[in-house]
Design a protein around this ligand. Structure first.
Ligand code: ADP
Ligand code: ZN
Ligand code: ZN
Length: 811
């Protein structure tokens, strides 16, 4: 008899598996979904390991198989273990990332009577009433009994009746949320002569609809979908059923695929002839692919560093084609699929009918179909946002992560708090796949690895210029303090106003960009640019409107807002921040002739509206596009000759050691939107901190210089990549209790650290989280900085209410 280690879908299972005996009549594989009895319940489970011996003395038997095909490959089973250990998440949560959409279902409990007329005399009136309820229906769901008798008392009464042997419990799963889409097809069984006779007979009997349907079907050369027949003959399904019952017509159930790409008409495209720089980058990737496939040499990770428009995507396409030629397949991750329909189109046109798309805006049915199709090996390329790294793509040979520095690759809002890039690197290690990380502004940590030789650096220093010369846009930095001195209090500096006027005169287009991350939270002097920050932590203090104070979100230092600027004694010290709606209003006053289009999360709640806004702007349905982060992402808008960054500072003043990096990335990306066409372009950055290195280096398009400054700060302050971080956030409705628990946890962690003699671990905080109050609950945070954080935290009991985030992307 064999045994299986099963990850079960129960919150109490946490990071462990459970041992089950495999009944002799079941054949079970690693990765298979099974029914596992657990306490009184029957749970879904995934087999992660087989063994000849059980891990515990007493085991129960696996109750059955859910899906005959394994759902996880052995590599993905290892990946699930890694995610659970590294991110300290429940094992089943990690496994669930890789299951087909709609897999997780609740178990429904049913109660049935054991005998028709048992001895009722020992029963209380309540028990008798409950029994009669079951008896009357024959079999009822526990939920129904709870509705009738009250939740608690139903449960108690059922247990009492079970103990007396009067009723039994049984379990079923709630019905499947996503099933393959089935369409019904009709075809004739009888031959032509019989059909005609039958039709005539039916007409005589007055069954005109049946006769019409029969005649219609006799005119078709192949089976007809019921939906089509219903339209053509104007009949309902009952008519088809009647003919089927007479043995004249067959009704077939045919699985059809819901295709998320069907709405696009795609013309196939051919590979482009690579430029010299592209060619040399491609050659490196090609030879690693070949060595990996043919000699099983574990391939390197490539960092493809190239400005926007330098031809990175063309390299991805050709590398994927190469992988396919070698009998492999690929996964391509992009930051947010809804924002990149152009990208999908490029992939779909190079690999016609061989591209699968996975993302959360598809209906569950569409996701389910894509998942099945991928698992069956029907797609050469899977494209999607971070979760697509878990696609069941067989024969994985290449993983591409475009814009690898994007923080949306981190799942920060729920467990597991995984980073898709780190998961991809692990998956590649397990499967021998090549990884290409692509970016114009690589994550400082990624670039550090490339510099050290952990990754192989490939560079594309210039834009591909098909015809005319289109260099990177000129970037001008405007000091807003000078504007104020000159008496200009509007949102537009004189330079930006003039530039917008020029765009309007020339009939071109402009983008106005607003950096809204953490807007209006720091206090900055409008006269000298001074930002209030914590003397101990050197991070900007955050303004709290309700109490009219500023708070340090690292050490909890608090003070009232000063009346005058500590540096220049000006009274113009006030918090910053303007929203997109306000900007739109101001723009319409300042440039009444301009047609405006606003693009932010309010404007894009619907499924295709990103695309609609983009299409409208590209068709020159507006002159100025006003937007937040979204406008920064890889859009190719040739008529845009001006990008104005209304304020570069809000992002800079966040209490986060990555603030400089984020600002550099955003400014570089936004500026890259200008001058994609032949008329060139410029970008104007408005700021109170023109001397800040992130702004200076972004204005010069100088990643290398930015990197040197940034990595020096990181080294000095011992921040990643020179350490690792973890954040522990405690949430409670009572602020004082919340703070107290955070302090207790800090003491516990310090004790453990000292007991183990770990020297490189510090604790920062506790302090209120940046968003201190969320949906009526308070949040306090501890930050750990050290090296082996997952292993350290794994042995400490973490009570309910705590959320642990390993390698958090925002503090
Ligand atoms: P990136 O991904 O780095 O932003 P793309 O691959 O999108 O760059 O290339 C930018 C533009 O240049 C696209 O319009 C693309 O079709 C074109 N392009 C890329 N490589 C070549 C090439 N070798 N020859 C001609 N045009 C190219
Ligand atoms: Zn000042
Ligand atoms: Zn502080």
């Amino acid at each position: 008899m064999g045994y299986a280690e099963v990850s079960v879908n129960s919150p109490v299972a946490q990071r462990r598996t459970f041992s089950y005996a495999i009944p002799p009549d079941l054949s079970i594989d690693v990765g298979q979904a099974v029914w596992a009895p657990f306490g009184e319940k029957l749970l879904q489970g995934i087999v992660l390991e087989l063994s000849p011996y059980p891990a515990v003395e007493e085991t129960r038997e696996i109750a059955g198989i859910i899906d005959p095909q394994p759902l996880l490959s052995p590599a993905r089973v290892s990946l699930a273990h890694w995610i659970s250990q590294h991110y300290l998440s429940p094992l089943f949560d990690a496994v669930a990332l890789m299951l087909p959409p709609g897999f997780e279902r609740r178990v429904v409990t049913f109660i049935s009577p054991t005998a028709d007329e048992p001895d009722m005399s020992p029963l209380t009136p309540k028990q008798r009433h409950a029994w009669e309820l079951v008896q009357r229906q024959g079999r009822v769901s526990l939920k129904y009994m709870q509705k009738t008798l009250g939740k608690k008392s139903a449960q108690t009464l059922v247990s009492q009746l079970v103990r007396r042997g009067l009723v039994t419990r049984s379990y079923e799963l709630e019905s499947v949320k996503a099933k393959p889409k089935v369409e019904l097809y009709l075809s004739l069984i009888a031959n032509a002569d019989e059909t005609q006779q039958e039709a005539a007979r039916l007409r005589e009997k007055g069954a005109n609809k049946q006769a019409a349907l029969l005649t219609f079907l006799s005119q078709q050369s192949k089976p007809v979908p019921l939906t089509e027949a219903r339209q053509r003959v104007n009949c309902d399904k009952a008519v088809a059923d009647a003919l089927a019952n007479k043995g004249l017509v067959a009704i077939q159930h045919v699985e059809v695929r819901r295709d998320p790409l069907a709405y696009q008409s795609i013309t196939p495209s051919q590979p482009l002839r690579l430029t010299a720089a592209q060619e040399s980058a491609f050659k490196s990737i090609q030879s690693s692919l070949l060595a990996a496939v043919e000699q099983h040499i574990s391939p390197p990770v490539f960092l493809l560093h190239g400005v926007t428009g330098s031809g990175k995507t063309e390299i991805y396409l050709q590398a994927l084609a190469e992988a396919v030629r070698l009998g492999k397949r690929g996964i391509v991750l992009v930051p947010e699929i809804a924002l990149a329909p152009q990208t999908i189109e490029r992939f779909a046109s190079r690999f016609p009918n061989k591209v699968a798309v996975l993302h959360s805006k598809l209906s569950l049915g569409e996701q389910f179909d894509e998942w099945q199709r991928i698992r069956n090996g029907e797609s050469d390329v899977v494209i999607g946002p971070r979760s697509a790294v878990f696609a069941p793509q067989p024969d994985l040979g290449l993983i591409v992560i475009d814009e690898e520095h994007e923080w949306t690759y981190k799942q920060h809002d729920r467990s597991p708090h995984y980073h898709a890039r780190d998961v991809a690197l692990k998956l590649a290690e397990l499967t021998g796949a090549v990884v290409i990380l692509g970016s114009a502004t690589p994550d400082v940590e990624t670039f550090y690895h490339a510099q050290r030789g952990d990754y192989r650096l490939l560079q594309l220093p210039e834009r591909v210029v098909p015809r005319e010369h289109s260099p990177l846009p000129q970037i001008k930095v405007v000091d807003l303090r000078d504007e104020l001195k000159a008496g200009n209090r509007s949102l537009f500096s004189r330079s930006l106003s003039q530039a917008i006027d020029k765009v309007m005169t020339n009939g071109q287009q402009a983008i106005l960009f607003l950096n809204r991350r953490g807007a209006a939270t720091s206090i900055q002097c409008r006269n000298c640019g001074f930002v209030l920050s914590c003397k101990r932590c050197e991070v900007p203090l955050t303004y709290h409107l309700a109490e009219d104070i500023v708070v340090c979100h690292q050490c909890n230092y608090r003070m009232p807002v000063p009346q005058v600027c500590p540096q220049c004694l000006s009274r113009r010290i006030k918090y910053l921040g303007v929203g997109t709606q306000k900007l739109e209003q101001e723009t319409s006053y300042a440039f009444p002739q301009a047609r405006l289009l606003r693009w932010d999360s309010d404007a894009t709640r619907r499924k295709h509206s990103h695309q609609e806004i983009l299409n409208k702007f590209r068709a020159h349905g507006a002159d100025i596009l006003i937007g937040t982060q979204m406008v920064a992402k890889g859009l190719d808008l040739p008529q845009v000759t001006l990008v104005g960054v209304v304020s570069a500072d809000t992002g800079l003043n966040l209490p986060d050691f990555r603030a400089g990096e984020r600002t550099f990335q955003l400014l570089s990306q936004v500026a890259g939107r200008a001058g994609r066409g032949s008329s060139g372009g410029e970008a104007i950055i408005q700021t109170y901190s023109p001397e800040h290195y992130a702004i200076q280096t972004a204005a010069k398009h100088d990643y290398a210089l930015f990197y040197d400054k940034e990595i020096a700060y990181r080294r000095q302050l011992h921040n990643p990549p020179f350490s690792r971080l973890a954040s522990l956030t405690y949430t409670h409705t009572n602020d004082t209790l919340c703070q107290r628990e955070a302090e207790r946890m800090k003491r516990r962690l310090l004790e453990e650290r000292d007991a183990e003699g770990i020297t490189d671990l510090n604790l920062i905080g506790p302090a209120p989280a940046f968003i201190h109050r969320l949906r009526g609950r308070f949040r306090w945070q501890l930050i750990l900085r050290g090296s082996e954080l997952s292993a350290f935290l794994a042995q400490i009991p973490i009570p309910q209410g705590w959320a642990v985030d390993i390698d958090p992307v925002g503090l």
